[in-house]
Ligand binder design. Sequence first.
Ligand code: MN3
Length: 204
Amino acid sequence: MTEKPSYQIPGLPYDFNALEPVIHADIMELHYNKHHKGYVTNLNAALEKYHEAESQKDPAQMIACQSAIRFNGGGHINHSIFWTILCPQSQATGKPFGELAKAIQKDFGGFDTFVEKMSHATIAIQGSGWGWLGYNKNLKRLEIATCSNQDPLSTQGLVPLMGIDVWEHAYYLQYKNVRVDYVKALWSIFNWKNIEDRFTKACV
Ligand code: MN3
């Protein structure tokens, strides 16, 4: 018998108000408690349906579950990364350091150029999606990429290092429709220690 799937929302590593003034507590609470929790609930429901269809040898029904698994599974993966690559402004270093800083220098020509390119690509996303800094293991280099909806970065063959959620639910309550101001403000709360750790693991 197939084990019943059950994904759970990971704990937030800080309080809802910890990212103020960049992200207000009401956005954090809604984003975590409603949106991320919703992806987890719907992922579990879709997997349960999938396993039921599998046990009944009903491939058409299995295929019918796939878009819900992709969307909600992606949402769960993306938000689980997002909470950990952010930190309170008081703890933020402002810039990467160590090997990641060197790789950014090598692949983008400097931190400021990287910020500009990643911001530009992310702000330009049409509709809902994510901007990412990823690691290309084959070419051994950093790449900036964008994904629509909740597609995880792995769909583009990259290991996710840091991502920017530009769904309106991530900023609308505070920034209204001014996505550019939200993306600009986020740079002061990135947790470069966490991102550097992801880079180290990706390079192995
Ligand atoms: Mn979101």
